[in-house]
Design a protein around this ligand. Structure first.
Ligand code: ASP
Ligand code: MG
Length: 293
């Protein structure tokens, strides 16, 4: 079950996530995006700090406060202290020092700056997954860069090492013995250097598909903020009609044509295993959604 940024972005939606996951019979792996808007904010703060503009500081304080507020309202009291410590470690510790390195250091070279930026952008999912793992009862947190591995392509852009990733997913999660696992979408690691990398913007769907495919999951559920795929954009066209069912090829065509419902690389891994993909609305969980198979 993958929950996108809006699904983990507010108290109301997080409480829906808790209900949806805890109602699930059998074992489930929960993959989360950063709280809605946080990835953009991390990128914006990186831009400011790189330009030696301390204007990132109030933004970082607001991001910190948002995570603390959510913890107070969704995490059971007994686990709040631990969840707050995660925010302290990753925001007050890591992020504050990475941004001040960028801001105060005039002679960082471009590769160093890029490495810091990549490390920073991964923190949105690290924080959201810690909150979701402590919100849910009996959930075991895992760190997806320990099995989602990339290698640089000829232009230096990270691309998935599919074979290594599949092997590591099976090794780490295949026999982990936990009924309920929570892990980060989007974030990855260079297979050789261990440097933080990502699967690209919107890549949490892809993480979930890779895990579902490697483990031969019964299904992949993409929980988002729309009821499913429509025949046209429902935000612009009031007569848009929900598509209840489609093939992998039809879904791939819609994604490639710019339907924002699913990140395009998501379809191939699950299609190759014949795993059904359900697109469901976290804000309207009883709606049937779209099934792709
Ligand atoms: N948080 C990342 C992004 O905003 C990944 C994702 O949400 O799928 O692109
Ligand atoms: Mg998305």
């Amino acid at each position: 079950m993958k929950f996108g940024g809006t699904s983990v972005g507010s108290v109301e939606s997080l409480l829906n996530v808790k209900r949806i996951v805890e109602a699930q019979q059998g074992s489930v792996i929960v993959v989360v995006s950063a709280l809605g808007g946080v990835t953009n904010q991390l990128i914006e703060m990186t831009r400011l700090a790189s330009a030696h503009d301390a204007g990132y500081e109030p933004l970082l304080a607001a991001v910190r406060q948002r995570h603390m507020d959510v913890i107070e309202q969704v995490v059971p009291a007994a686990r709040q202290h631990q969840a707050r410590q995660v925010v302290e470690q990753f925001v007050d510790g890591n992020l504050a020092s990475f941004f001040s390195m960028l801001c105060l250091n005039a002679d960082l070279d471009e590769p160093e700056r890029r490495r810091l930026a990549d490390t920073i952008v991964c923190h949105g999912e690290i924080l959201s997954s810690a909150i979701v793992a402590s919100m849910l009862d009996d959930a075991a947190p895992y760190y997806s860069p320990s099995f989602i591995k990339t290698r640089p392509d000829d232009a230096g852009k990270p691309v998935l090492d599919a074979a290594l990733t599949e092997r590591l997913i099976v090794q780490v999660l295949g026999s982990c013995g936990h009924e309920r696992v929570v892990l980060q979408g989007f974030i990855a690691q260079d297979a050789v250097t261990g440097q933080a990398t990502t699967l690209g913007r919107g890549g949490s769907d892809y993480t979930a598909a890779l895990v579902a495919a490697a483990l031969d999951a019964d299904s992949l559920e993409i929980w988002t903020d729309v009821d499913g795929f429509y025949d046209s954009d429902p935000r612009r066209n009031a007569d848009a009609v929900l598509i209840p069912e489609m093939t992998y090829a039809e879904a791939q065509r819609l994604c490639d044509a710019g339907a924002k419902v699913i990140y395009p690389p998501t379809i191939a891994p699950v299609a190759s295993k014949g795993i059904a993909v359900w697109v469901k609305n976290t804000f309207h969980p009883q709606a049937p959604g779209t099934v792709i198979r």
